[in-house]
Design a protein around this ligand. Structure first.
Ligand SMILES: NC(=O)c1ccc[n+]([C@@H]2O[C@H](COP(=O)([O-])OP(=O)(O)OC[C@H]3O[C@@H](n4cnc5c(N)ncnc54)[C@H](O)[C@@H]3O)[C@@H](O)[C@H]2O)c1
Ligand SMILES: O=CCCC(=O)C(=O)O
Length: 526
């Protein structure tokens, strides 16, 4: 499939005239063809007008038609074949195996949402039948279902060019809910974005959906993203990226005459608690496994283990020795963009220059542009508690070990942490009592609590929460991975005493769609 450098606005392809740009291969520093034309206000206007025009039709598509659309997008992505993988490799510096796995995750995610759409319980139909004879007052007939919010703006993330980008989780969950999507493609992987965008555009056409169900915009500065979030026809935003970018978009959304929800996933350092009995029994294995998680994908995971906490002593020393040995032998890896590489180097230099921090190990030297050496630092619990800057995320393979005098100090540090996507416990049976004391704190701090695993590698499933309190996300009530993500783009509507033939099918007597419904408080298929 040819990459043209055009934006996709509804059914058409359009070359933007607001400044050209090219993707950069971070492994070589070379600019890649073609030149992409950036868009501006006119393209935002056209995409949002089409999305709004498509909304009422798309939101009332039958469950089967919408599920088939998601499955068609998945198949069309697979049908691009190897061109998608080779372009994504060139634009991201990520290896083939990682991108093939990510393509599988993206396609699996779309298919999982198709199953969710068909099953229909996300509509959460509720019926409280009229009670005309109730005293002292009769009850009306009251029914409720969930409807989609409206067109959603999705910002593709740099670090997952497939699973968190044009057809990633935000887009899949918005489509599943019945929301048209306008994507602002990430400038780091425009070719990958165009290929996937064309797969979605073709699916919209072949499934007989209104063209405005999907558009893909590009732009060189912040203006296009700002204009998109400010557009009155956009009713929600999905974002994965920097804290600064997420906060800026939240600000734009909140200043609109009609403020809208922004689901921004931003910054997390994902604490790992090395409990004493676990360290005593397997410090060396934990040290090696930690480095494997830290250095995966050059550390460019929002779930990266950015801090570790352990009680000082010989067992923690054994952990450190094993981690230092593993990290010291880790090869430098290409980062996603020159900007992300520069931010990593600056973050590492800041930690290394802190008087309260000691450098334990660095990875092997770099041998090409935009490569990062892994970094492992240590500090004390007192120093960490005294300096909030030590909590700042360094996006990449850098981690800080906090040496604590006892388990109580680990809890004290946990209490001072900002909101997190994950909190990980390395624990043995003898640690259970101490862990039980930590869990209430971790529940308040994180979206996902893991035992004896590593936070990188998020499962896409029904029970997953990839979210958490600020600054992990802008809204701790939801998730951006897993099927619960559909809830972000829905809202309840109540119908009181409407004539039966004006009710939506989901709420009609006789349950024509065969949905799970709560009738007079009881869940069933009545
Ligand atoms: N939490 C995560 O998962 C995660 C993922 C990727 C990057 N990051 C962080 O973000 C840094 C930069 O990487 P990035 O380019 O992927 O993220 P970014 O936040 O700079 O950009 C993400 C997207 O948002 C847009 N954007 C950013 N700021 C904006 C603004 N003020 N107004 C309008 N649009 C705006 C960008 O154009 C891009 O499309 C990294 O160094 C890292 O610290 C975090
Ligand atoms: O970078 C954010 C997503 C991380 C993720 O999905 C994973 O660890 O698998």
């Amino acid at each position: 499939m040819t990459i043209t450098g055009e934006m996709l606005i509804g059914a058409s392809a359009h070359r933007g005239g607001q400044g050209g740009f090219r993707a950069v291969d971070p492994a070589t520093g070379e600019a890649l063809d073609p030149v992409f034309g950036g868009g501006g206000a006119a393209e935002v206007e056209r995409a949002c007008a089409l999305a709004w025009a498509a909304f009422d039709g798309f939101r009332e598509t039958g469950l089967e038609q919408r599920a088939a659309f998601l499955e068609t997008v998945a198949q069309n992505i697979l049908d691009i074949g190897d061109d998608l993988i080779t372009r994504a490799m060139a634009e991201s510096g990520l290896p083939r195996a990682r991108l093939e796995g990510e393509r599988g995750r993206t396609v699996g995610q779309l298919r999982l949402f198709a199953q969710v759409v068909r099953e229909g319980s996300w509509i959460e139909a509720r019926i409280d039948p009229a009670l005309p004879a109730r005293t002292p007052l009769p009850r009306s007939d009251i029914r409720q279902r969930h409807i989609p919010l409206g067109p959603v703006a999705v910002f593709g993330a740099s670090n997952f060019p497939l699973a968190f980008s044009v057809a990633g989780g935000d887009t899949a969950s918005a489509f599943a809910a019945g929301c048209p999507v306008v994507v602002k493609g990430h400038g780091a992987h425009p070719g990958t974005s165009e290929l996937v965008g064309r797969a979605i555009q073709a699916a919209v056409a072949s499934c007989g959906l209104p063209e405005g169900v999907f558009s893909l915009l590009f732009g060189t500065g912040n203006e296009i993203g700002t204009a998109l979030v400010a557009d009155p026809r956009i009713k929600a935003v999905g974002f994965t990226g920097s804290r600064r970018g997420g906060l800026a978009l939240m600000e734009v959304a909140s200043r609109r005459p009609e403020p809208i929800p922004v689901y921004a996933e931003m910054s997390s350092i994902n604490p790992v608690f090395l409990m004493p009995a676990a360290l005593a029994s397997r410090a060396e294995a934990l040290g090696k496994a930690f480095v494997a998680s830290l250095t995966m994908g050059a550390g460019q995971f929002c779930t990266n283990p950015g801090i570790l906490l352990g009680v000082e002593g010989p067992d923690l020393d054994r952990f450190v020795d094993a981690a230092v040995a593993a990290l010291g032998g880790s090869t430098a890896s290409t980062m996603l963009t020159p900007g992300i590489h520069a931010a990593y180097d600056a973050g590492v230099a800041k930690l290394a220059g802190s008087g309260a921090v000691t450098t334990l190990a660095r990875g092997l030297a770099c041998s090409g542009p935009n490569q990062a050496q892994a970094a492992f630092f240590t500090t004390t619990a007192d120093a960490f508690l005294a300096d909030t800057e030590l909590q700042e995320e360094v996006f990449g393979a850098a981690s800080l070990l906090i040496r604590c005098p006892d388990v109580a100090a680990m809890t004290a540090v946990a209490e001072k942490l900002e909101g997190q996507l994950t909190a990980t416990l390395q624990m043995d049976a003898a640690d259970k009592a101490a862990v039980a004391g930590l869990i209430p704190t971790l529940e308040r701090k994180a979206g996902r609590i893991l035992a004896n695993g590593w936070p990188t590698g998020v499962e896409v499933c029904h029970a997953m929460v990839h979210g958490g309190p600020f600054p992990a996300t802008s809204d701790p009530r939801s998730t951006s991975v897993g099927t619960l993500a559909i809830r972000r783009f829905l809202r309840p509507v109540c119908y009181q005493d409407l004539p039966p033939d004006l009710l939506p099918e989901a709420l009609r007597d006789g349950n024509p769609l065969g949905l799970w419904r709560r009738v007079d408080g009881t869940l069933g298929k009545d």
